[in-house]
Design a protein around this ligand. Structure first.
Ligand code: FAD
Ligand code: NAD
Length: 404
């Protein structure tokens, strides 16, 4: 067997799981495995809403990649990918050019603004750990400024969250707990602060179980979160957002902070390759390869897969990204040994949406869960993801144990 050269781009859930499993599949010196990532650390994208609200420190959300890979088997390169040429099999980065026999693209998601005016410039997106830290500091700055300015601008204390999908709702859950802390810290009366969620669809968490949605909305409203439902954001300006109330009625919400959580797309670099994509997501073959490129695999949020039962795409989730990573490692091993690849079949265990640190809603193995029990499950899911990549040591270092 020729010693294959395998290049993995991105150390998110998908890329890192691929690498950890490649390590298991190939013995020492059996393959040249290179992992390229922008930072020397991995961050838990599924915890970014906590870092953005300020309920978790950014350092708690990330860990060093070298702590979880076998550096005897994997060459880790900290670099930013700048271009992917799948025809000449070359990847250019700010730290040199790389070639490969097999390529795995796992460069993750970006916030989708659907071309809505002003959002790219004036709204903040929970897109990565640096962006999350920026949101936290921006909100703190608004509170600090309000408490020291002579002529009070109350709209500084209004936070608009665009989108009531899982990201929006989880972020609101954290904010609901964080706002009272901020009020105390910066001497701000709680009644001055408004947190408003604006959702385009006629319901919160469109498509999710209505009983669980009612539970979530009731919980958040009881903590002072306001909802504006069926009212899409149509523009953002430095002063706030314009929302559409009906065909000829608009309202402007003045806000010091606008966080855009209304959907994701794949990494823009995908659109610059000759691989066909939709919103930077590649409709992959059943074995996770890019159509027309037998040596290129796509993992995680850059991949698009249709659920044949519903005829709709599977949602881009960490749960699926990690399962894909395992399958891709096996498929590369098979190809390197001149075997054949196998189809990736997702094994969906359910969805749990946190509502702050002590509450949650979810459907797990077909059963509905709410409250502390759901919150406990969410933390166990978070800990399991750590375990799958870094074993018990990583769980002890970064895990969530405040479960009662
Ligand atoms: P990512 O995790 O985004 O990783 C991409 C990696 O690529 C990063 O390390 C990044 O630094 C790197 N990278 C990007 N560009 C470059 C470049 N040019 N050069 C080098 N490196 C680069 N899913 C769930 O299943 N359960 C949840 O509870 C859940 N909660 C979520 C909460 C929030 C707030 C958000 C935003 C998402 C949540 N998701 C959840 C979705 C989940 O986070 C994504 O589906 C998952 O992160 C996708 O994994 P990935 O490996 O494709 O990309
Ligand atoms: P999403 O696409 O799931 O939700 C976006 C929401 O924004 C939708 O409700 C949509 O109607 C709304 N929206 C779109 N345009 C709008 C506009 N102009 N004005 C107001 N609202 C608008 O996106 P997400 O919540 O960012 O989630 C991204 C992915 O990550 C999904 O696959 C999700 O399942 C996953 N995720 C999972 C969890 C979890 O399992 N706990 C948590 C967070 C995210």
């Amino acid at each position: 067997m020729k010693r294959p050269s395998i290049l993995v781009l991105g150390a998110g859930y998908g890329g890192l799981t691929t690498v950890v499993n490649l390590q298991k599949e190939f013995g020492t010196d059996a393959a040249d495995i290179t992992l390229i990532n922008k930072n020397e650390y991995h961050y838990e994208s599924t915890w970014l809403h906590e870092a953005a609200a300020g309920t978790l420190l950014p350092e708690q959300v990330r860990y060093d990649i070298k702590d979880v890979i076998d550096t005897g088997k994997v060459n880790f390169v900290q670099a930013t990918v700048e271009g992917i040429d799948v025809d000449s099999k070359k990847v250019s980065t700010d730290n040199g050019e790389f070639t490969y026999d097999y390529l795995v693209i796992g460069l993750g998601f970006e916030g989708e603004t659907f071309g809505i005016e002003g959002l790219d410039t004036y709204a903040l997106s929970i897109a990565n750990v640096k962006a999350a830290r920026y949101i936290r500091e921006h909100i703190e700055f608004q509170f600090a400024t309000w408490s020291t300015e002579e002529v009070k601008n109350d709209s500084r204390l209004t936070i608009v969250v665009g989108g009531a999908g899982f990201t929006g709702i989880e972020f609101l859950g954290e904010l609901a707990n964080r706002v009272p802390e901020l009020c105390k810290e910066f001497d701000v009366p709680r009644e001055k602060v408004r947190v408003i969620c604006v959702e385009a669809a006629p319901m919160v968490l469109p498509g999710f179980d209505p009983e669980l949605v009612d539970y979530a909305v009731g919980h958040l409203q009881a903590k002072g979160i306001e909802f504006s439902i069926g009212t899409p954001v149509v523009e953002a300006t430095p002063e706030g957002v314009k929302i559409k109330k009906n065909d000829d009625e608009f309202e402007f919400i003045h806000a010091g902070t606008v966080v855009w959580a209304a959907g994701v797309r794949g990494n823009r670099l995908i659109e610059e390759t000759s691989i066909e994509s939709m919103r930077a997501r590649v409709k992959v073959e059943k074995d996770m390869r890019a159509p027309g490129y037998s040596d290129v695999f796509i993992v995680g949020d850059c991949a698009l897969m249709i659920n044949e039962e519903t005829n709709r795409p599977y949602p881009p989730t960490a749960q699926i990204a990690m399962q894909q990573g395992e399958r891709i490692a096996k498929n590369i091993k098979a190809l390197a040994g001149e075997g054949t690849t196998e189809e990736f079949v997702p094994d969906l265990k359910g969805t749990v949406c946190s509502l702050g640190d002590e509450d949650a809603i979810g459907v797990v193995f077909g059963k509905k869960v709410t409250g502390k029990r759901a919150s406990f499950m969410k933390k166990m899911i978070d800990n399991r993801a750590l375990y799958m990549i870094g074993g018990a040591g990583l769980v002890l270092k970064k895990g969530k144990f405040n479960v009662l």
